[in-house]
Structures are given as C-alpha cells and as structure tokens.
Write a protein that binds this ligand. Structure first.
Ligand code: MN
Ligand code: MN
Length: 473
C-alpha cells in the first residue's frame, strides 16, 4: 500500500517545480494593483520634488511623520510611542516603540538621503569676461560631462556670522531664473573631443553662470560680481564672507516626471537613494501594529564614504538607540550593546539595473532587471567581495520568506559583472554592531546621473518588501 502511494507520488512529481524563476512586477497583476502602483508613485514624485537636499529630506520626513503621530524626541515623554530624532538637520530617525524589552533589538531599515550633486566652494564668486560665476566642487561619483548645458537650481542654507539661517531655493518655481554650466561649441571642440570622458569636462571648469549686468550699469573692475553681491545682500541679507558657512548645492531644476508612453517609470535626479528612503518611510507608517520595535534611519554622507558625524561610518546609530532607550529609562550600556547586536537591519540602497545598451557590464542571471522587483543583494564589494558585508544565509532566508508572504516581487542582484568594478553600501558599517544586515534596494537606470530612471513597479515592490520585513521578521 505504502509502495503504491510512493509510486503514485513519483508519477505526479514535476521537476519543473524545482526551478526558480523571477517574476516581473507587472506580471499577472490586475487593474486594482496597477492603480496602487501608480498612486504610490505620485506620492514618491512629490517627495523627490520637495526633498532635493538632505536638509530638505529631513524636513519633509518630519512633516510627513508628524501627520502620522510622530513626535520630536526633544519634546517627547516615555508615554509617546512614535519618535523622530534629528541629527544636525542632515540625518534623522523614525522609531516606533511597541515594547521596552530593548535587549531584543529592533527591526531597522537604513537608507541615505544625500545624493551626487555640485556644491559651491567656500569662496565661490568671481567674474571673467564681464560674466559672473560660482565655483563648485562636485559631491559623490559623477560623470562630469552629464552636468553641463542643463538647467540647474540652487538649494541650501547660508548661516551668517550671527548664526541666522538663510534658506535659499532658486530655480524651481517656473518664474525663477535657473543656472547652468556652459560647454564649448562643437565647431571649436576638435581638441576637447580627443580627450577621455574623465577630462572632457574637468572639475575646475564646472563653474556656474550667474549674471552679467554691471553694478549701476557701469563697467569697472569686478562690477558684475559687485552687482551679484548687491543682489544677494538685498534679497537674502548675506555677504561674500557668509559663503564660507553655507551649504549651497546645484541640482537639476524641475519636478520628477513620468517616463514612457505607459508612464511605467519615474525620471528624476536623486533617486539614489531617496527611492529607498521613501519606501522605508511609507513602510514604517503602514506596517501596522507589530510586536517588534520598528526603526528607520536616514543617513547622510553615503556618497562620499559614509564619513562624518551623520554618516553610517560613525556611531550615529548607537547614539540614536541610546537616546531612545534613555527616554524609556533603560539607558545602561549592556542594554545598548544588546539592543544593537540583536537588531535586524535592511541596508536599503539602490542597485544597478541592467542597461541593455551596456549589457556587457552585467551578468544577466544575477543582475537587477528593471521592472522585476526589489534587489536582494547578499554581498556587494569588488574584486572577490572585497570590502563588503556578506549577509548570513539564515538571515537571507528569513527576509525572503517575509517578502514572499506579501508577494513582494524580488530578485537576486550583484552590482555588475565579476571583476569589472563594484561598489559598497552602508551594510558593512552597520554590521560592526553585531546585528544581521542584508542589502535590499531598487534597481535604477543611469545611476548618479542628473536624470535617474526607476520602474514604478520596483518602487512599489521595494515598499512591499520593507513593510513585510517590519511585519514578519
Ligand atoms: Mn546609494
Ligand atoms: Mn550612490
């Protein structure tokens, strides 16, 4: 009898069920799901448009969190369960406390809100050929030639000697002027065109055109520069020396846009890594009441190595958890160390989507395919996984099981072909605390360019995967 049963079972067995196949984020969905994906992207586009610098991102995150009942830790008591922590206006934390047994650790999702762009130098303003310019120093890994001859907006703050903060945003309103970097006309570019892409536009030539009318309509030495200073003083109340204590950034002007006839993509600057930041934000809002304590951190300085006091390669995470456990009267060293070590962390950063025109840079079986879900990246690094955190298989299994529970579409992804290059994320810095860390993020096209492209399906599945992590881990 038992033999017969076994034989019947063997007959029914289909070996095809053993194969793993990725599933596209668009595959088999219905109209209702399509609507959810499209609606979610509308909120994301607004976030990208409102939060073009890390400071604007911190403000925007706090505004959205306040509406969900989060309170700044500065005015919170232990009766508050939803807490916001601000670090120098450039990084922040959202935490939802569901128990005070902090030794058990937290469910954490960590993204970064800085992005490649052009920063003004400390002494930026000069005049040449009766035109005024700002000198810049680029921030993060960019292809410099992508940033010339396009409309740029100026965002940031100037802190005066008296400590007054002046907010500056120019170039976003349709009636605002914009700024630009000029390039040599092709007719005279024979020498330039012979140069390699690194040298076609050099860092010292990335100067921003800002004006040309002389002070009092009278040409004199530096009279155009003087007219600009006069304008800045009258409009914003700051002087040339104040640039030294300013953080002013040039970013592509304009709103995030839909891309494609079917509107399946979002195009905008800064999607690395605000696509993960926005997904994490909505996930912590929407995961509902859970047993575990939830935590979302938004770091600064990832694009320049996670250094500085608001980068992941500092003790910022430790300071955040310490502030929280102190609020609830559990602030001893043992609890802090255990709370960190027993946490589980998704390093939420974007991955490279396969670019079909540069297919040779990718290994298609293990590269992120745009539209095919959030990327699950066990390790990053270069040259034999160098400088990467490698997630433990046990933790990967738990995350994958959680994602599958809510049908969050995911795919495995390495950053490019073996031996080609590579890159790192914050994962390795976080793992130093002893916690489990896995890289999970959205595949992106044209990463670090002024107009990055992401699939709306991948955005939505990134959100679903983070939400499932908060719900089930
Ligand atoms: Mn990133
Ligand atoms: Mn990046």
């Amino acid at each position: 009898m038992a033999e017969k049963k076994a034989a019947k079972k063997a007959e029914k067995f289909d070996p095809k069920t053993l194969t793993y196949s990725k599933k596209s984020g668009w595959d088999g969905i219905n109209e209702a799901k399509m609507k959810e994906i499209m609606n979610f992207a509308e909120g994301y586009k607004k976030f990208l448009t409102d939060a073009k610098t890390e400071r604007e991102a911190v403000n925007t995150i706090f505004e959205l969190a306040k509406a969900k009942g989060y309170k700044n830790i500065e005015n919170a008591t232990k009766n508050d369960k939803k807490i916001f922590i601000n670090f120098d206006n450039v990084a922040c934390v959202l935490a939802e406390i569901n128990h005070t047994d902090f030794d058990k650790g937290w469910l954490m999702v960590g993204s970064h809100i800085d992005t490649p762009r052009l920063d003004l130098k400390g002494y930026p303003l000069y005049e040449k050929e009766d035109m005024a310019y700002f000198k810049t120093h680029y921030y993060g890994g960019i292809k410099k030639y992508q940033w010339v001859t396009r409309a740029l907006a100026l965002h940031g703050v100037v802190i005066t000697e008296a400590g007054k903060t002046v907010n500056v945003v120019v170039g976003e309103d349709e009636n605002d002027p914009v700024f630009t970097i000029n390039d040599l006309l092709p007719h005279l570019a024979q020498e330039q065109m012979e140069k390699g892409a690194r040298k076609v536009i050099e860092g010292e030539n990335m100067n921003i055109l800002i004006g040309s009318i002389p002070y009092s309509f009278k040409y004199d030495k530096d009279s155009v520069k003087l007219a600009i200073l006069d304008f800045l003083y009258k409009k914003y109340g700051f002087k040339e020396e104040d640039f030294v204590s300013a953080e002013l950034q040039l970013v592509p002007a304009g709103k995030a846009r839909d891309v494609g006839f079917d509107r399946s993509f979002v195009g905008a600057h800064g999607q690395d890594d605000r696509i993960c930041a926005y997904s994490a934000l909505q996930a912590i809002f929407d995961a509902g009441k859970t047993k575990e304590n939830k935590f979302a951190m938004f770091f600064d300085k990832e694009e320049i190595g996670s250094k500085g006091n608001a980068g992941a390669n500092s003790n910022i995470l430790e300071r955040a958890v310490n502030k929280l456990i102190n609020l609830y009267g559990k602030g001893d060293y043992n609890t802090l160390i255990n709370s960190l070590a027993n946490s589980r962390f998704l390093s939420s950063d974007v991955n490279a989507g396969i670019e079909p025109e540069w297919a040779g840079a990718f290994e298609s079986m293990n590269a992120g395919k745009v539209g095919w879900g959030v990327c699950l990246t066990k390790f990053t690094g270069a040259g034999g996984k160098g400088n990467s955190n490698e997630a433990h298989a046990e933790f990967v299994a738990k995350c994958r099981a959680a994602f599958n529970k809510d049908d969050a579409r995911w795919q495995t992804a390495e950053l490019g072909r073996v031996d080609l290059g590579g890159g790192g994320t914050i994962a390795m810095f976080i793992a130093e605390y002893g916690m489990q860390v896995l890289d999970v993020g959205t595949p992106i096209l044209s990463m670090h360019s002024p107009f990055e492209v992401a699939s709306k399906a991948d955005l939505y599945n990134t959100y679903l995967s983070y939400k499932a992590f908060y719900k089930y881990l």
